[in-house]
Design a protein around this ligand. Structure first.
Ligand SMILES: O=C(O)CCC(=O)C(=O)O
Ligand SMILES: [Fe+2]
Length: 236
C-alpha cells in the first residue's frame, strides 16, 4: 500500500467491503471503481507493448500477448499485486499471497470459428477468485470479460454437474475438463434461464473481483484493443 501511495497510482482505496461481499455472494463478482490512475495504466500498457513477444505466451493467432509473473518485472504491477492481496484480506478476512500477476493485451481476432466459439468456461468447480484490473476502457467490441451472474452458486453447479455439463467420463486422465470449454448452445440456454450475461464495461483503472467458478469468458475482441492485469490466487 505504501509503495502504491508513493507511486501515486492509486486513486481509490476506500471501499464498502460489506457491499463487495454481498455482491460476490449474490452475483459472483464485485466491482471496485477508479482504482488505478490513467497514468499508471498507460505506463503498464507501454511495458506490455515493449515486452519481447519471444518471451511472452501468444494466443489466438498472435492477437493475445500474455506476460506471466509480471509483478517481478514492473514496479507498478508489483504495487498492484500488493494492493490485490490487501483487497483479498479485507474482503475474505484471510491472509493470502497471490500466485502471479498476468499482464496481457488483446487485439482484434480474425473471426475464425475456432477463436470465437468455445470460450465459455469455469476455471474451477470450487469457488476461486481472481482480481482483474482493466487498463483500457472496455467496450462491447474490445473483448470484455463477461460473466453469467448467479452461475457461481452451489445449486447451479450441482445441477450442471448432474446434467453432465461440467464433467464427463472421458475427462479421466485428460488435461482439459469439460467445464474448461463448455457447450455454447447449453450456455445460451442458461443465460436465458439466469436472466442474462454481463460484460464488464468499465473505465480504465477499474478492478473487478470475480469468482471464476461462475461461467465466464473473454468475449472476442473485434475492435481496438483491451489491456488487463489479473491477480491469481489459489483456493482458500
Ligand atoms: O481475459 C478475460 O477477460 C478472462 C480470461 C479468463 O477466463 C480468466 O482469466 O480466467
Ligand atoms: Fe477463466
Amino acid at each position: 500500500m505504501e509503495q502504491i501511495m508513493e507511486l501515486g497510482s492509486l486513486k481509490n482505496t476506500s471501499f464498502d467491503y460489506e457491499k463487495l461481499r454481498h455482491s460476490l455472494r449474490n452475483s459472483g463478482y464485485a466491482i471496485l471503481n477508479y482504482c488505478l490512475s490513467k497514468e499508471i495504466c498507460q505506463d503498464i500498457m507501454a511495458f506490455i507493448d515493449a515486452y519481447p513477444v519471444s518471451s511472452a505466451e501468444v494466443n489466438y493467432g498472435g492477437t493475445e500477448k500474455r506476460i506471466w509473473q509480471s509483478e517481478h518485472i514492473h514496479s507498478g504491477i508489483c504495487s498492484f499485486g500488493n494492493f490485490a492481496d490487501k483487497v483479498m484480506k479485507n474482503v475474505f478476512s484471510v491472509e493470502v499471497k497471490l500466485k502471479t500477476v498476468l499482464s496481457y493485451s488483446n487485439f482484434p481476432i480474425n473471426d475464425a470459428e475456432s477463436f470465437t466459439n468455445g470460450r465459455w468456461h469455469l476455471d474451477s468447480l470450487r469457488n476461486q477468485y481472481k482480481l482483474f484490473c482493466f487498463l483500457t476502457e472496455t467496450k462491447d467490441t474490445t473483448g470484455p470479460l463477461e460473466i453469467i451472474p448467479g452461475s457461481h452458486k452451489f445449486i447451479f453447479k450441482l445441477r450442471a454437474l448432474m446434467k453432465g455439463k461440467y464433467l464427463s467420463h472421458s475427462d479421466l486422465g485428460r488435461p482439459v475438463r469439460k467445464y474448461q470449454r463448455l457447450d455454447d448452445a447449453w450456455v445460451q440456454q442458461e443465460i436465458s434461464n439466469l436472466g442474462g450475461s454481463l460484460p464488464f464495461l468499465c473505465e480504465a483503472g477499474t478492478l473487478v473481483l470475480v469468482n471464476t467458478s461462475a461461467i465466464h469468458r473473454a468475449r472476442p475482441c473485434s475492435e481496438e484493443s483491451r489491456y488487463a492485469l489479473c491477480a491469481y490466487y489459489d483456493h482458500f
